[in-house]
Design a protein around this ligand. Structure first.
Ligand code: F0G
Length: 465
């Protein structure tokens, strides 16, 4: 039943080709554009209020109702209940954070942080991975691959290890992912292929390899991944008693989240489940700022699907001519050729969105503030907080507005950056962060070195405590 009422559709309105959900595709066979998963909502009869989903709160013993993805199954209905894959993803937290709110310049009670690092593999990727695995199972795939800056690979490796549905093959740029993430892929037993090059190189290769070997691709060009990531916004709404905030602020890397959020809000609005769509702010790192450059500086717009492809091609040619590679301490978003660029531009249209870039200095200071507020996050995630701060300073976000910053990954994913920020060893600081233009650690919490002597230890505690 589900499979007849869901289908894949090319995002280009001029093309609009459709494909069954049982097909494995990462691009339109006719025009090469990205694909959406679409639904025949008239025949599916979705819930008429978001409160409908509250009934599942009492069914936490049923794994698919416990799942923070599948308890919203009726809003991503491409597979039957029996075929859903879950490892317990989506038990995440929306926390009001007045401390970080004050740092951003917001009034008390106005900032919420969505901690996606609380997912089983420590990042938001699990939302999409449960959805991709569910689709892969429908198609009978036996191997899955991804290119990754570390979190997609950790998530894929975990889902493979837990479910045993598919073998994992992951492609990473050599020296480009943090140890926390690499250690996950290795320990969960994924075949880990280190490519000489960066994420953009690995992404290009993995698409070729998957096509040639018939391996199921779980990067966010896979439209089913993004269906799972819509649920991050459903949970934000759930935590806010179904009342949309004014702003959603999210880091931009491969632009899967921003694309998924735009689709989620467009669908909820169309179905009459929300009466207002929040504004979206997508934040690039300044060393990996393709979206910012194209949208904010060069004026790229969705333009009812007639997006200026030449503008994009010209920019990529410039990058190649200047041999410019992405470079930021926020390794998760160290990406110059985001695969979901066109979908993200559409999301910006739906959500009256804006794009900003923040420096590595901004990111690490914001990250230290998030950590000081409890729980913490990895560097890429803090781009959202740094971006929100910038937008408040510019007057784009008002101090009274309700803002949700999405914290995409767990603090322990990348301890190298954290320890370097807080170190007392100037040489170490310079070595790890100086090359990134980070000059100071305004919020450093320095460890206190003392001899192994009771009196001196007591003295140090009295002095610093
Ligand atoms: N934050 C974290 C922690 C990430 O791992 C990523 C992407 C992003 C933000 C960017 O999200 O791609 O939806 O714009 N990481 C990918 C990976 C690329 O391979 O793990 P996006």
């Amino acid at each position: 039943m589900f499979q007849e009422l869901a289908f894949q559709k090319c995002i280009s309105p001029a093309c609009g080709a459709t494909y069954g959900v049982d097909e494995v595709r990462v691009a339109c066979g006719r025009c090469g554009d990205l694909l959406d998963v679409e639904y025949d909502w008239d025949r599916l009869q979705p819930p008429d209020s978001l409160r409908y989903f509250e009934q599942w709160w009492g069914q936490r013993r049923v794994p698919t109702r416990f799942s923070g993805v599948w308890r919203f199954h009726e809003l991503l209905p491409y597979a039957s209940t029996e075929s859903l894959v879950t490892v317990g993803e989506g038990q995440t937290l929306l926390q009001q954070s007045d401390g970080v709110g004050a740092y951003i310049g917001l009034k008390s009670g106005r900032l919420h942080l969505e901690y996606e690092g609380m997912n089983p593999s420590g990042s938001f990727k699990d939302n999409g991975m449960s959805a991709a695995f569910t689709h892969a199972r429908l198609t009978g795939a036996s191997r899955a691959a991804c290119a990754s800056t570390g979190n997609t690979s950790a998530s894929l490796a975990m889902y493979s290890a837990v479910t045993r549905l598919m073998k994992a093959v992951i492609f990473i740029g050599s020296g480009k992912i943090s140890y926390g993430k690499l250690s996950q892929a290795l320990e969960y037993g994924a075949l880990t292929v280190q490519i000489e090059g960066d994420f953009d190189d690995a992404m290009a290769r993995v698409q070729e390899v998957s096509r040639d070997l018939g391996i199921y691709l779980v990067n966010s060009v896979n439209p089913f991944r993004l269906e799972g990531q819509k649920t991050i916004m459903f949970r934000v709404l759930e935590a806010l008693n179904w009342e949309p905030p004014d702003w959603i602020v999210v880091p931009g890397g491969n632009l899967g989240n921003s694309s998924a959020f735009g689709k989620a809000f467009a669908e909820l609005f169309k179905l009459g489940l929300i009466s207002r769509v929040p504004r979206l702010a997508v934040i690039n790192a300044s060393g990996a700022d393709t979206l910012y450059e194209l949208v904010t500086r060069r004026g790229l717009r969705w333009n009812r699907g007639r997006i200026d492809k030449q503008l994009i091609a010209d920019y990529y040619r410039e990058l190649d001519e200047r041999h410019k590679k992405a470079s930021t301490i926020a390794s998760a978003i160290e990406i110059n050729r985001p695969v979901n660029l066109r979908k993200c531009v559409r999301a910006l249209e739906v959500c009256d969105g804006v794009v900003r870039q923040v420096t590595d200095q901004d990111i690490l200071d914001a990250k230290a503030q998030v950590g000081a507020g409890g729980f913490g996050c990895e560097p890429a995630s803090a781009a959202s907080v740094a971006g929100a701060k910038q937008l408040v300073r510019e007057g784009v976000i008002g101090p009274d507005e309700r803002v949700v910053c999405v914290l995409t990954g767990h603090q322990l994913k990348d301890p190298t950056a954290t320890v370097a920020y807080h170190t007392t060893d100037e040489e170490h600081f310079k070595k790890v962060l100086g090359s990134r233009g980070v000059e100071r650690a305004a919020f450093a919490n320095h460890a206190v070195a003392v001899p192994n002597d009771l009196n001196q230890i007591i003295q140090a505690i009295e002095q610093h405590g």
